[in-house]
Design a protein around this ligand. Structure first.
Ligand code: SAM
Length: 222
């Protein structure tokens, strides 16, 4: 089904706040219908309240794919600082706790049949654990040995050039040939540093550009 016509996605998107353009959902659908293998994971960097996480899970379900989703977010927000938010009495620590609990609630509700494996750490530390094949307990209490090839990555964590470039290099080291990467906020019209990362990846002969009309979506071909 075209995601635009899927009522489940419509209602989910009413209920979960976040940053996920419809055109990213089209890119996700494009990748998920052609994922290499059913057992290799999708890795999501940057989950916030779980909108993209739950959309990924739903598209897998809708396309009868059983790939696990591994999500990564330490809930440390760009622009957040010490103290309270604006003139309110709400601290950033309380806000962080609220978003984290929202992620858990949203994910249990919309993806309770196949929860993501959520690692509450930053991307650099996650990939260090990935390389070390570490045994990890996730946010929901599940355990898993990290490491091995991955089928797809959705990169939506820290948006600077340096951080997104490291995310790419870490993903690239694990991405199987035939696997996909979507870089959120990488459109040629944006000012985010991750645009430069995506443009550099698009220029690599090892990667084929699947779409760059909006955000960059690439496929590893060698
Ligand atoms: C734009 S939001 C993600 C939006 C989410 N994908 C959605 O669909 O709404 C960016 C997220 O990246 C997380 N983040 C920031 N730095 C990170 C890092 N170094 N590693 C992993 N996640 C990071 C933030 O905590 C934040 O929740």
């Amino acid at each position: 089904m075209d995601p635009k016509d899927d009522p489940y996605l419509t209602w989910m998107r009413f209920a979960i706040p976040g940053w996920l353009a419809s055109r990213n959902i089209d890119l996700m659908q494009r990748c998920i219908t052609d994922l290499p293998g059913d057992d290799l994971p999708i890795v999501e960097i940057g989950s916030f309240s779980g909108l993209s996480t739950n959309v990924l899970r739903h598209l897998l379900r809708a396309n009868e794919r059983s790939n696990p989703v591994i999500s990564v977010d330490p809930w440390t927000f760009e622009g957040a600082s010490e103290g309270t938010i604006g003139t309110s009495t709400i601290t950033f620590a309380e806000y962080r706790r609220f978003v984290m609990e929202s992620f858990m609630r949203n994910t249990r509700f919309f993806s309770g049949d196949a929860l993501p494996f959520h690692v509450e750490t930053n991307a650099d530390s996650f990939f260090a654990q990935w390389r070390a094949k570490a045994d990890v307990t996730d946010l929901f209490g599940a355990t898993r040995r990290l490491g091995g090839p991955i089928a797809m990555a959705y990169i939506d964590g820290e948006h600077s050039y340096e951080a997104s470039r490291r995310d790419f290099e870490n993903v690239d080291a694990a991405l199987t040939v035939g696997g996909y990467i979507i870089f959120d906020d990488s459109a040629d019209t944006t000012d985010w540093g991750c645009r430069q990362t995506a443009q550099e990846v698009a220029a690599l002969s090892r990667y084929q550009v699947i779409d760059r009309q909006f955000n960059y979506c690439v496929r590893k071909i060698a």
